[in-house]
Design a protein around this ligand. Structure first.
Ligand SMILES: C[S@@+](CC[C@H](N)C(=O)[O-])C[C@H]1O[C@@H](n2cnc3c(N)ncnc32)[C@H](O)[C@@H]1O
Length: 287
C-alpha cells in the first residue's frame, strides 16, 4: 500500500510539473523533471532496466500536453525532453529500488571486476587454492563470487556455483560454461543443507549486511568434512585499514571483522587463521 501511495504521489507531482502554467527560463527543466518523475513512477520498483512502460506513459502525457499547447514547434521541442526523461527515469527507478545489497555492485564495480577476472586469469590466488584443495569430485560454492574471479580457478571441480545478488557482477561469470551462476543472497542461500564440499567467501563478507546470517548459512550448506574458507582484508593491518577508509569514502556500507573475531564464531569446529601482508584467511573444517 505504501508503495502504491509513493508511486501515485510521484506520478501526480510529475504531471503537475509537466502541465504547470509556467513559461519562464526554467520551463524546459521543469518539464523534464516532470516527465522523469512520470517515467520513474511507471517503472519503480525495478529489478531490471525496462523502458517500455516509461515510453508509453511519457508518450501519452506528452501527446496530451502537445494537444493542450496548440503550438507544434513548442510541442516538438518538448518531445526531446520527454524522450530523455523516458530513458533516464527507468535507470533512476532501477537504482532507487531497495535491493538488499550495496548498489555500488551494479555500477562501476562490475566493469572493474570483469576486467580483473579476465586479466588475472593466469594469476592464481595461491593461498586460497592451497586451503581449498579442490578435487574433481568436489562441489564448490563461491558466495559473493561476483565475476567469478576466484571460481574460474576451480573449474576442474564437479560443480562450481557462483552466488551473487548483482546481475551485473554475475555477467562475466555467465560467460564461463563451467561456472554455474546463481542470483541470490548469502544471508538466505537457496540450497539444501550439506550440499557443498567447499564454500568460499572471498573479499565479500565485509560487504554483506547480515554477516552473521551469511556465516550461519555457509555453515548450513557445507557438507560434513567440508571446508569453509573466508578471505578478507585484515582490518588490524594499516593496508586493511586504508581499504576500509577508502570504501567508507566511496560511501560503501562495509563492516570489517578481524580474522580472530571471525574464527571465534565457529567454536564447534577446527579453525586455522593465516595472514599475509594485509589479508587474512580463516579456514573452518566441518566435523
Ligand atoms: C568486492 S566483490 C568480490 C567478488 C569476488 N568474490 C572476487 O573476489 O572477485 C564483493 C561481492 O560481494 C557481493 N555481495 C554483496 N552483498 C552480498 C550479499 N548479501 N550476498 C552475497 N553477495 C553479496 C557483491 O555483489 C560483490 O559481487
Amino acid at each position: 500500500m505504501k508503495r502504491a501511495v509513493l508511486i501515485a504521489l510521484a506520478a501526480l507531482l510529475g504531471a503537475a510539473a509537466v502541465f504547470a502554467p509556467y513559461s519562464g527560463p526554467a520551463a524546459s527543466g521543469l518539464r523534464w523533471f516532470g516527465y522523469t518523475l512520470l517515467a520513474w513512477a511507471t517503472t519503480w520498483p525495478a529489478r531490471r532496466f525496462t523502458w517500455g512502460r516509461a515510453l508509453v506513459a511519457v508518450g501519452l502525457v506528452w501527446a496530451l500536453r502537445a494537444w493542450s499547447l496548440h503550438n507544434p514547434p513548442a510541442a516538438a521541442a518538448e518531445a526531446w525532453w520527454a524522450l530523455l526523461a523516458a530513458l533516464v527515469g527507468p535507470v533512476l527507478a532501477y537504482f532507487t529500488t531497495p535491493r538488499g545489497y550495496d548498489p555500488h555492485f551494479d555500477l562501476v564495480v562490475p566493469w572493474v571486476y570483469g576486467h580483473l577476472a579476465r586479466r588475472t586469469h593466469g594469476a592464481r590466488p595461491q593461498t586460497l587454492l592451497r586451503f581449498a584443495a579442490v578435487e574433481a569430485h568436489h562441489r564448490v560454492l563461491d558466495v559473493g563470487g561476483g565475476a567469478g574471479r576466484t571460481a574460474r580457478h576451480m573449474e576442474h571441480a564437479r560443480q562450481v556455483v557462483v552466488l551473487d545478488p548483482s546481475p551485473f557482477m554475475l555477467a562475466e561469470a555467465r560467460k564461463r560454461p563451467r561456472l554455474h551462476p546463481v542470483q541470490g543472497f548469502a544471508e538466505r542461500l537457496p540450497f539444501p543443507a550439506a550440499t557443498f564440499d567447499r564454500v568460499i567467501i572471498v573479499d565479500a563478507l565485509h560487504h554483506m549486511r547480515g554477516q552473521e546470517d551469511a556465516l550461519r548459512e555457509a555453515w548450513r550448506v557445507l557438507a560434513p568434512r567440508g571446508r569453509l574458507i573466508l578471505e578478507e582484508p585484515n582490518p588490524a593491518h594499516p593496508v586493511g585499514r586504508a581499504i576500509a577508509l577508502g570504501e567508507r569514502l566511496l560511501g560503501m556500507p562495509s563492516r570489517f571483522q578481524t580474522p580472530e573475531a571471525l574464527a571465534a564464531q565457529f567454536p564447534q569446529a577446527r579453525v586455522q587463521v593465516e595472514k599475509d601482508a594485509w589479508r587474512a584467511w580463516v579456514v573452518v573444517e566441518k566435523p
